[in-house]
Design a protein around this ligand. Structure first.
Ligand SMILES: Nc1ncnc2c1ncn2[C@@H]1O[C@H](COP(=O)(O)OP(=O)(O)OP(=O)(O)O)[C@@H](O)[C@H]1O
Length: 247
């Protein structure tokens, strides 16, 4: 049986005094355990939407409601959310381990529990052997993998990822996607954006396509392909958003 985890209702976002809203009446629902992919051209509003869903930004209008067991206050809810930003969010002059210890200390985890969690996560993404190296010496793929595990230290129930595999080689991409699959099998709900459409086709249960701040499609990929008589996600996006450059 499906269980609603998140309900987004009539969300608008306008930055500063801009005349054009970046989000223009967004409504959708996420069920527990889903993997939702948010797609759309550059500037469509994906990052803005994800930032609002994980409480980094406030909507100008509208509501985002979570249905989490036992967690009621905004602070309790935030403690169950994890966010992997597109831009790296660590200190390059610290080692991987120092970064993880610092970010872990923000979640009030017991020292022994945190140490164990750090080692487990470093192992999972193949960074254990370089845990005492400064992050500034890491390759792009190593930095992306570290950026991911920083957001997993507190075992979030819902994980938001903004382009988690951008700019990485195929090996790092597989390591990242395997870890995300493993987390989802363990019950983590995942909401993510990506421009890697082949990867997303295999990964997502639900597709949310946005353009100019509005949802223009929201369904399973199979249903959308059938409905719009296209063969894949790329064809779907081109059919629904056109070929005009957005910059
Ligand atoms: N901090 C900001 N101040 C003003 N305008 C912003 C800000 N952040 C985003 N915008 C504008 O809001 C709109 C949506 O941007 P957003 O970054 O959410 O799109 P996106 O779909 O994530 O794009 P991309 O695929 O390029 O990452 C764009 O027109 C962008 O210029």
């Amino acid at each position: 049986m499906q269980e609603t985890l998140l309900h987004v209702s009539n969300v608008y976002k306008t930055y500063g005094k801009s005349a054009v809203p970046s989000l223009d009446g967004i409504d959708f629902t996420v069920e527990k355990g889903e993997i939702v992919g948010i797609f759309g051209p550059n500037g469509a509003g994906k990052t803005t939407l994800i930032s609002i869903l994980c409480s980094i930004l406030n909507p100008t209008l509208g509501s985002v409601k979570y249905y989490l067991d036992g967690e009621k206050t905004p602070r309790e809810i935030r403690s169950k959310l994890g966010f992997v930003p597109q831009d790296f969010s660590f200190f390059p002059e610290l080692t991987a381990k120092q970064n993880l210890s610092y970010f872990g200390s923000l979640y009030n985890l017991q020292k022994a529990e945190l140490e164990q969690k750090i080692d487990d996560l470093l192992q999972k993404v193949g960074l254990f052997h370089v845990k005492n190296q400064k992050v500034s010496t890491f390759s792009g793929g190593m930095k992306r993998r570290l950026n991911l595990i920083i957001s997993l230290l507190h075992n979030p129930s819902i994980l938001f990822l903004d382009e988690p595999t951008v700019g990485v080689d195929v090996q790092s991409k597989i390591a990242i996607m395997n870890l995300l699959q493993e987390l989802n099998h363990q019950g983590t709900t995942i909401i993510y954006t990506s421009h890697h459409l082949k990867e997303a086709e295999e990964f997502c249960n639900q597709i949310v396509l946005i353009d100019h701040g509005k949802i223009i499609a929201s369904e399973t990929l199979t249903n959308l392909l059938k409905k719009h008589a296209v063969n894949n996600l790329e064809e779907l996006i081109l059919k629904l958003t056109g070929t005009l450059l957005r910059d």
